[in-house]
Design a protein around this ligand. Sequence first.
Ligand code: NCD
Ligand code: ZN
Length: 451
Amino acid sequence: MPIDLVIDGGKLVSPDAIVDGAIAIDGGQIVAVGTLAGLPSARQTIDAKGLHVLPGAIDVHVHFRQPGYDHKETWSSGTAAAAVGGVTTVFDMPNTNPPTATVEAVKEKLAIAGAQAIIDFGVYGLIGEHTLDKLEGMLAAGAISHKLYMGSENPLVPCPSDGAILEAFETLARLGVRCTVHAENTPVLQWRGHQLMRSGRTDAGAHIEQHTDVATVEAVSRTAIFAEWTGAKVHIAHESSRHSLPHIRFAKSRGVDLTVETCPHYLFLSTDDGARVGDNFLRVKPPVREPGHCEPLWTALLDGTIDIISTDHAPHLPEEKRRGVIWDCAPGFPGVETSMRLMLNEVARGRWQITDYVRAACAAPAKAFGLWPRKGSLEIGADADIVLVDTQRRSQITAAKLHSRGNASPFDGYETVGLPIRTLVRGKTVAVDGSPVCEGGWGKPVTRSSS
Ligand code: NCD
Ligand code: ZN
């Protein structure tokens, strides 16, 4: 009996090596890796000559907006954008409406996602003062992990008291589940926001002043101390500040089980980009900061202080981001469709290796959240979540052509070298040459094998 598919002639990329080889796929899984002659015959062959073959990227931080904000994104548009961008698994944040804060809300979101998704997905449950007794139940209902908004001004997902956070960490330590933390100090954000508004400030600089670096430095440190004390595993979302890095290094040196992500907008942008895209348009939480943070964040990514590339894919309509008063501008950008090519462009420029990219975008997130080695790897037994990449392909990002509904990207007009050109999820091609080619409903929820 021939197997389903062979991908032949490409360069297979793992965190450690690039090897010429062929991959045999059957029943949605990788069943053999080697030379074509040594593989079973297949009903279909994809010629990957001249291409790199990567595990699909795993983006552990997206906002796909349903239920509640369908005009910004749907699971259909969000997973189409992800598939085109080489992302094969996403974890969705709970700040939807209603928030993902109950067993029923987890089930509802899984049902919405399951009907539309063309890639695999996890959903986060919310850590709140009123959800402490529901954390285990949300996991049992299928949540992949939990999200703590330690820095929040959104009444739908309020920051719990430190007492409640400590209790949540005790519970999650017992359950062995890593939670993701938006690490900013809420009282600092609230106090400074109030003072700045009262003084009549409406400019983009006020947003940066509100989100002063120390708000995140303190919250990262507090998260690490609570994690160390309780034995909880934690993941720091969207690291934005060079000032946090020594504190992260100190925590890791003490053995705290801490993983950290950053996003392309913190690696590539500063407030200087306001002149190009509009100062208010740049609004995101935590902020894109003044020049001087990108280089230290790159150093941290290369030395392992930062483990993971995510996107904090937070789509909004252009008109929601182009308002005159900074407080009225929606914070965040779409990211799933542009992240891989932006990061590959840095491979072309020689800043890092494609193996480094696979470590940060595929292997590390899978390991942090208990999906390894079924996701994030090209080993035998893994799901055949695979991206074919042309590392030489030169093209331009056009925001208006992105598949997200909220396509207000600060990377509009960027020229990149390196492009995902075909994406497979469990052996099925879901996107080719910039277009989704799969019916909604193929995507499945992911489950933890360990974490
Ligand atoms: C997030 C969003 O739009 O959902 N925006 C962002 O700037 N990261 C929510 C948030 O973290 O405030
Ligand atoms: Zn977010």
